[in-house]
Design a protein around this ligand. Structure first.
Ligand SMILES: [Zn+2]
Ligand SMILES: [Zn+2]
Length: 163
C-alpha cells in the first residue's frame, strides 16, 4: 500500500495535484463527508453540516470531480427577515485545469494555480449559492413587516392595526 496522505486532503477537500490519483494508473479517490457550514467562507451559510460526496481523479494535469451535495441551511426571509430552513440537493461535474501564472484563463472550467492545490470549497460554495432561491420567502404568503411599526405581521396584527 502506498502511503495515503490524501486522507487529510479529503477532510478539507483541498487536494495537492500530485496526490490525486492518475486515472491512467489508478482508480478515482472517493470522498464522503460533512462539512460545517462555516467551511464555506465569506458568506454566512448557517445551518446543518453540508453533506458532500463524490470522487476525484486526473489525467495528467486535468482534474475531474463529481460531487453530490445535500444541505439544510438557514436563510433570512426577504419579506419578514425571520430565519427559516431551506434544503436542497445538487449534483455536478467539473473539470479543473492548471492555470499558469500569467497564462490563459479557462472561463468554462474551474482552475488551480502554480501551487498545485485543487480546492473544491469555492466550487461547492458556488453550487450551493446558485441552488438557493434568489428571493427567499419563509412561505409564499408571508405577510412581511408593517411599514409603519416594523412588527412581523405573520405573528398577528400590529399595534397600528389595533389603534
Ligand atoms: Zn417571511
Ligand atoms: Zn404596524
Amino acid at each position: 500500500m502506498p502511503d495515503r496522505p490524501i486522507e487529510s486532503a479529503v477532510r478539507e477537500l483541498k487536494f495537492q495535484i500530485d496526490r490525486i490519483p492518475d486515472l491512467r494508473r489508478m482508480p478515482e479517490e472517493s470522498f464522503d463527508l460533512r462539512l460545517a457550514s462555516e467551511a464555506f467562507p465569506e458568506f454566512v451559510l448557517r445551518g446543518n453540516p453540508v453533506h458532500v460526496e463524490g470522487n476525484i481523479g486526473r489525467q495528467g494535469t486535468e482534474v475531474t470531480v463529481h460531487s453530490r451535495i445535500s444541505y439544510e441551511l438557514m436563510l433570512e426571509c426577504g419579506r419578514c427577515l425571520d430565519p427559516f430552513p431551506v434544503s436542497g440537493e445538487v449534483s455536478e461535474y467539473a473539470l479543473f485545469l492548471h492555470r499558469k501564472q500569467g497564462g490563459p484563463t479557462y472561463p468554462e472550467h474551474e482552475q488551480y494555480g502554480d501551487d498545485g492545490q485543487v480546492n473544491l470549497i469555492p466550487w461547492l460554495r458556488e453550487l450551493i449559492l446558485t441552488d438557493l432561491p434568489e428571493y427567499p420567502l419563509c412561505r409564499e404568503d408571508c405577510s412581511g413587516l408593517c411599514v409603519e411599526c416594523g412588527d412581523n405581521l405573520n405573528h398577528g396584527e400590529c399595534r397600528c392595526a389595533r389603534r
